[in-house]
Write a protein that binds this ligand. Structure first.
Ligand SMILES: Cc1cc2nc3c(=O)[nH]c(=O)nc-3n(C[C@H](O)[C@H](O)[C@H](O)COP(=O)(O)OP(=O)(O)OC[C@H]3O[C@@H](n4cnc5c(N)ncnc54)[C@H](O)[C@@H]3O)c2cc1C
Length: 429
């Protein structure tokens, strides 16, 4: 058979692979629409993404590509993100902005950082908790890093590894910690200090722009069976496709069910050890102007059900009708910490009042839920070994994993776009 590349999944990773590939290629998507996690609902004039989705660029390539696909449609913003703890707001990131907290806490954060900065590091941190102590010291760990990460991951930081932090948690020098202890006016740090968002519409403009340039996208095609010996994919609608190479962006964990052939025991075990967390995302449209001037706020304390609340109306004024406000609240859950979905909307609402974001008399015009099963992959102590086994097995069977859940890796929209490009280049050779 001559070369026949198939792509499973028309999220950004699959779309980007299809966009960059020179060969003839077909993309198969189970939903009726493209975009995967990058999708938008417009309800009564409120624009809600599938949870908060903002574009950050580390690479010139992705920035130029997106601007070419969406000319003059993106607006740049300087991040205005905060943390609410101990009943005060401090600027994000916490580690470089303790100004405003009770003095005892500020003092402990500074002394802890001093300890971390002067300690000689003779080995890599063994787990996420050690990494926090090694990077920031006991104060910052106690007052933000530990409670926030435990709440977000739903798993004690001692059971996690820090491999994902390099791209997502700003590292700080002692000087930044000292500067940020005495003033709000600090330098913005981290990968998301600036972001881009469409000035009209929602984030789904990005996958839709890719789709416009893609040759053959088949929606309503859910892969049900993958035969790695025959090299075929059977879809739920009864159609079958042959492949020589399969670019796969659907969650890696799902392949255990889809692959029909006998798979080695160590591969089966590796599949069964993959862990993930889910996010329950409640979006609200509120009949009051400007309920907040912030972009988003982190909540590390357990007395609030959500770990983050964001305000789409501050990403673009066109995301809410005039005189109204919008917000998204995010609650994480997992096998380790199941969520009572019956009571959660009411609890979030009460907690938004407790956090002084909503008032008791606020009228809710829209209440809209996205329950995101696969939201973040869990980096636990099995992660590295499992991925090694699974990547080798998939590659040996001409399956090329891409994207956030395809590759089982904490990746941003930009990361998966670049990932799609890289696999295209590899397979085009
Ligand atoms: C809560 C949350 C917030 C985020 N916020 C940001 C942000 O602010 N900025 C940022 O840059 N990134 C953000 N991300 C990350 C970003 O959404 C992802 O990196 C990116 O969208 C992943 O794209 P993907 O194509 O790899 O995966 P997906 O978008 O998951 O695409 C996979 C596709 O495969 C399809 N599929 C699944 N099963 C099958 C099957 N059996 N047959 C055929 N098709 C199938 C799915 O329907 C889907 O379309 C966020 C992610 C989450 C969960």
């Amino acid at each position: 058979m001559s070369k026949k590349i198939l792509i499973l999944g028309a999220g950004l990773a699959g779309l980007s692979a299809g966009f960059h590939i020179q060969n003839k290629v077909k993309i198969f998507e189970k939903e009726e629409q493209v975009g995967g996690l990058v999708r938008t609902d417009i309800i009564k004039g409120f624009v809600f993404d599938y949870d908060g989705h903002l574009l950050h660029f580390k690479t010139k390539y992705a920035k130029q590509l997106i601007n070419k696909l969406l000319p003059d449609q993106l607006c740049a913003h300087k991040r205005n993100a905060w943390i609410y703890s101990n009943a005060v707001y401090t600027k994000y990131p916490f580690q470089a902005n303790t100004f405003g907290l009770p003095l005892q806490i500020v003092k402990k954060c500074i002394l802890g950082m001093l300890k971390a900065a002067t300690k000689t590091k003779d080995k890599d941190s063994q787990n996420l908790y050690d990494w926090m102590l090694d990077s920031f010291g006991p104060g910052i760990t106690k007052y933000f890093m530990y409670p926030y990460n435990y709440k977000f991951w739903t798993i004690p930081p001692q059971e996690l590894i820090p491999d994902w932090t390099v791209n997502f948690v700003p590292q700080v020098k002692l000087k930044s910690v000292l500067d940020g202890a005495f003033t709000f006016k600090t330098k913005a740090l981290g990968y998301n200090s600036e972001f881009y968002y469409p000035s009209e519409g929602g984030i789904d403009l990005v996958p839709k722009a890719f789709a416009k340039h893609s040759k053959a996208i088949y929606t309503g095609y859910e892969a049900k069976v993958i035969d790695i010996e025959q090299k075929t994919v059977l879809f739920k609608n009864g159609k079958t496709e042959e492949f020589t190479q399969l670019i796969c962006s659907l969650p890696m964990i799902e392949l255990k069910k889809l692959i029909v052939n006998k798979i080695p025991e160590n591969v089966k075990t590796a599949f069964s050890k993959l862990r993930y967390i889910s996010v329950y995302n409640l979006n609200l449209g509120i009949d009051r102007a400007k309920i907040s001037d912030k972009h988003w706020i982190y909540y590390s304390e357990d007395k609030f059900s959500f770990f983050r609340v964001g305000f789409p109306m501050n990403f673009s004024k066109n995301t809410a009708p005039q005189g109204k406000s919008s917000l998204y609240a995010e609650v994480s859950y997992s096998e380790n910490k199941p969520l009572d979905k019956k009571g959660i909307d009411k609890l979030i609402h009460q907690d938004l009042i407790k956090a002084k974001i909503l008032r008791c008399d606020d009228q809710i015009l829209v209440s809209h839920v996205n329950d995101i099963k696969y939201a973040y992959v869990v980096y636990d102590h099995n992660y590295r070994d499992c991925l090694k086994v699974l990547n080798a097995f998939l590659k040996a069977n001409s399956i090329f994993a891409v994207g956030r859940f395809g590759k089982w890796k904490y990746m941003s929209m930009e990361d998966v776009i670049i990932d799609g490009k890289q696999i295209a280049e590899e397979l085009d050779q």
